[in-house]
Ligand binder design. Structure first.
Ligand code: SAM
Length: 462
């Protein structure tokens, strides 16, 4: 791998004698890892190799075709680089400190946002934001697969959050960066690298943190991470946050066996020391006294849920209320609904809660997101188990033939993983899988690679 000379100089400054071992390791294939959904992941087989710093992280021995695996579409797991799962180490801190309002300001495609959603208590709210409009769609898709209703997805510039003074208990800035830690996984990042790009990234990272700083309450946590090695975008930025914005670096518990390098109170993941890509992580705490009253956006007004007599009400669990926007009905946790709807006063909310149903003529049609969520009542629809080939055909939106299926809406499952809905109208079965998410592979003719036993099960290729 040809690393630019100026880049090597920055790496030597950041990592000294570690650089030679790092360079040798960059010639090797990157590890493949997934993060299991805490509830839905239970349908999957046991994976023997665990990611040390994330209880739901697992390594695979090779890369299967995830697109062909119905469990992937059901959100039973998310394909995520192992180092970046380190965020899971903050779960005990979140619990102890009562962290309930969290902003992920650079959220697409949503790997860390999914993890944050899991880490929050039932009365927590996650705002997952992505400034680049074209990247919001994939964030919405991934968060829908993860299925939590206490999440709002926004499309705002970081400076828009200044309006929400002291609202958040924690903010994650997983910064856009020069990507040096991803060179082996994404070699085009080497072509895009230049000393000027590093300078620009470092300035942009400071601007993002400064923009959201007002929205973080005193005593709240700023989590800063990047996937690059140079000091300008990492330790130097952290030092700037401490001195200019008023923050202190806080320790994160690590085990010495994990191979993570602690440097100036921050954490470096070096691919020759850990089974993962290059990653930088720092936990900071905003200086100042914690305010007495928290999480009260101004002008709180009570949201009016839909009548519980309405058909889709029978499809959702007690804990949720339904709200309508045009023909779409969504579910929000009842206790959080007013506050979540109020976010729309401050932010461009693209999606919040879980989409439950759409009104078409006089009919309520269940939304696929409902099937993927924790919101749905388990007995709301008769479930139909499909075999692997039929499940793939369903995901490709092909016509279905299911013997002895009851009439009406059907919950479509594969090995217990919920995929979406279909409707048996007697003469045929309508496939209701959304067009946007459908598999576009010509899978019947695909030559499938040989996989290990685990991959055979997860890929369902047997
Ligand atoms: N947190 C994501 C995850 O775990 O899946 C990955 C985030 S990626 C490292 C950085 C994100 O920052 C990208 O989605 C990018 O679109 C966004 N971004 C780019 N420029 C930005 C800016 N000026 N302000 C805020 N976010 C920006």
């Amino acid at each position: 791998m040809q690393i630019p000379r100026e880049c090597m100089a920055l790496w030597r400054e950041a990592m000294g004698s570690e650089c030679d071992a790092l360079l040798a390791c960059l010639e090797e294939a990157p590890p493949v890892s997934i993060r299991l959904h805490p509830q839905k992941g239970r349908v999957l087989p046991e994976y023997p190799i665990l990611v040390s710093w994330c209880p739901t992280g697992r390594y695979l021995s090779e890369r299967p075709s995830f697109t062909l695996d119905p469990h992937f579409h059901a959100g039973a797991y998310y394909v995520q680089e192992a180092s970046s799962m380190f965020l899971a180490q903050l779960a005990p801190l979140f619990r102890e400190q009562g962290v309930k309002r969290v902003l992920d300001v650079c959220a697409a495609p949503g790997g860390k946002a999914g993890l944050l959603a899991e880490m929050l208590p039932q009365d927590g709210i996650l705002v997952a934001n992505e400034v680049i409009r074209s990247r919001v769609g994939v964030l919405c898709e991934n968060m829908a697969k993860w299925g939590y209703a206490h999440v709002a997805i926004t499309n705002n510039d970081p400076k828009d959050f200044a309006r929400m003074s002291h609202y958040f208990d924690a903010i994650l800035v997983d910064a856009p960066c020069s990507g040096e830690g991803m060179f082996r996984k994404e070699p085009q990042a080497i072509q895009e690298w230049s000393p000027e790009a590093v300078q620009l990234c470092a300035q942009r990272q400071r601007r993002i943190v400064a923009d959201v700083w007002e929205a973080l309450r005193p005593g709240g946590y700023l989590i800063y991470s990047s996937c690059t090695f140079n000091r300008l975008e990492n330790e130097e930025n952290v030092a700037w946050m401490c001195s200019r914005l008023g923050a202190s670096v806080r320790p994160v518990p690590i085990d010495s066996d994990w191979g993570i390098v602690e440097q100036e109170g921050c954490y470096r993941f070096l691919p020759h020391r850990v089974q993962g890509e290059g990653f930088f992580f720092a936990l900071l705490q905003k200086n100042g006294e914690e305010p007495l009253s928290r999480h009260k956006p101004p002008g709180a007004k009570k949201a009016m849920p839909l009548n519980r007599q309405l058909a889709p009400s029978n499809w959702v669990q007690e804990y949720y209320s339904l709200f309508a926007k045009n023909e779409l009905v969504k579910a929000l946790p009842s206790a959080l609904a007013s506050e979540m709807l109020e976010l729309e006063i401050f932010l461009r909310v693209v999606q919040s809660g879980v989409a439950v149903a759409r009104l078409k003529g006089k009919d309520w049609i269940p939304e696929a997101d409902l099937a993927l969520s924790q919101v749905m009542r388990p007995d709301a629809f008769p479930a139909v188990e499909l075999d692997l080939t039929t499940a793939r055909r369903y995901l490709a939106r092909e016509a279905l033939v299911i013997k002895d299926a009851p009439l009406g809406y059907l919950l479509i499952q594969y090995q217990g993983s919920r995929l979406g809905f279909a409707k048996n109208i007697g003469s045929r079965i309508n496939n209701l899988y959304p067009k946007s998410g459908r598999i576009r592979m010509d899978f019947p003719n695909l030559i499938l690679p040989k996989h290990s036993l685990n991959l055979l099960v997860i890929g369902g290729l047997g």
